[in-house]
Design a protein around this ligand. Structure first.
Ligand SMILES: C[S@@+](CC[C@H](N)C(=O)[O-])C[C@H]1O[C@@H](n2cnc3c(N)ncnc32)[C@H](O)[C@@H]1O
Length: 171
């Protein structure tokens, strides 16, 4: 659902922060035949599983997994056109620091998409921290300097998803 919502262009360079086993990266790689899909996760075990699961993927040459955390993304400045964080933001130790890093690695006009499965009505994530509150998620993304920050809700079958889309300004 998140990758469909991202409306990727063929040459996008997509980064998934907190990618886990890399499902969204494999989905994204199929949609960026001239681009690249990079998954970042602090769990070495997850990165190993993600690489194994991606070995036989048709787009494996466009897929990369890098161990790292949101607060110190192992990526160069202005290197990504799209960053996604799926069921991930509320796991970050420091969301503000992570969003500053997302801002750094995005190119001007690059897009951020934060999504979480809606386990409880109108709440992000499965935890009980302040990032379960959509208003708080919108606020920290705005505070990080993103523009065009929008909240939306999506349903597919039994799955309900909350999403925030945002953009890095060109100036
Ligand atoms: C619930 S899983 C979501 C995995 C995947 N995005 C998905 O939706 O299937 C949360 C992921 O966030 C990762 N994570 C935890 N702390 C993180 C941090 N500081 N920065 C980035 N990712 C982190 C975890 O290792 C885990 O893989």
């Amino acid at each position: 659902m998140t990758v469909a919502l991202a409306r990727l262009e063929p040459d996008d360079l997509v980064v998934d922060v907190g990618c886990g086993g890399g499902e969204a990266i494999r989905e994204a790689a199929a949609r960026v035949p001239e681009g690249k899909a990079i998954g970042v996760d602090p769990s070495a075990a997850m990165m190993r599983i993600a690489r194994e699961l991606s070995d036989s993927h048709a787009g494996r040459k466009r897929i990369e997994f890098v161990e790292g955390r949101a607060e110190k993304l192992p990526l160069p400045d202005a290197s990504a056109t799209v960053v996604v964080a799926i069921n991930s933001l509320h796991h970050w130790e420091n969301a503000a620091a992570g969003l500053a890093e997302v801002m750094r690695v995005l190119r001007p006009d690059g897009r951020l998409l934060v999504t979480d499965e809606e386990a409880e009505p109108d709440k992000f994530g499965h935890g009980d921290g302040d990032l379960t509150d959509p208003a708080r998620v919108l606020a920290i993304i705005k505070d990080a300097g993103f523009v065009d920050v929008c909240f939306s809700k999506h349903t597919e079958g039994d799955v309900r998803m909350l999403a925030v889309t945002a953009r890095k300004d060109v100036v």
